[in-house]
Design a protein around this ligand. Structure first.
Ligand SMILES: [Zn+2]
Length: 209
């Protein structure tokens, strides 16, 4: 592979479980090889999806001030923007904090299942490209840190109670980051290429027969 940072070419064969390769010229992390990488992606990814489902089903935050209480759920944070005449912002927030992360996780699990089963699929390269492109467009951490910062300000005006959703979204944020960090870009493409070339070989053999 070529170093993504300085283009120096490396031979990546012969990496063992747990090995990490860094570029010796610029120090860029090239790849980490883990034999159980795909199983970890499925474990973290499915746990993250369950946490995301939980965080959409229970109260996210509740505010109490002068005898009045207001409870908000995670989907309502998006819906309230829509009601306040900000449909474009509502769509963007909904996509970046719920839609894109759920789509990325679903696609990563689908890809990992096919690669573990060594089951070639014509969509694998396309799904791989979408997953690695969309990763940059999920704003889970930005949203969560934004909520924490605004909580500090709101806490002076009202009593804030964090609901079940708040903690499950926090767990989702950690599990989602772990899933993204586990899937190594180079190893993933190497596995897809190996699967595709074995598929082509099978087809050639079948044609010879
Ligand atoms: Zn380099």
């Amino acid at each position: 592979m070529a170093c993504p940072s300085c283009d120096l070419i490396y031979d990546m064969s012969g990496l063992k479980d747990g090995d990490r390769a860094n570029c010796h010229r610029c120090g860029h992390r090239l790849t980490t090889y883990r034999a159980d990488e795909l199983h970890r992606v499925i474990a973290y990814g499915s746990s993250a999806l369950i946490m995301l489902l939980l965080s959409c089903s229970f109260p996210f935050l509740s505010f109490k001030a002068s005898g009045l209480e207001s409870v908000i759920t995670l989907p309502q944070t998006v819906y309230k923007l829509w009601l306040n005449n900000m449909p474009d912002l509502a769509v963007l927030v909904g996509a970046f904090i719920l839609g894109v992360p759920a789509l990325v996780l679903g696609m990563m699990i689908w890809m990992a299942v096919h690669l573990i089963r060594k089951q070639p699929h014509p969509w694998l390269p396309l799904v791989g490209r979408i997953v690695f492109t969309l990763q940059a467009w999920s704003m889970v951490e930005v949203f969560f840190i934004g909520v924490l910062v605004s909580l500090v300000k709101i806490a002076k005006m009202a009593t804030v109670v964090m609901g079940v959703s708040f903690w499950s979204y926090g767990a989702f944020f950690i599990l989602f980051t772990m899933t993204l960090a586990t899937l190594d870009r180079y190893q993933c493409w190497r596995r897809i290429d190996a699967l595709e070339s074995s598929d082509v070989k099978h087809e050639v053999k079948d044609a010879d027969r």
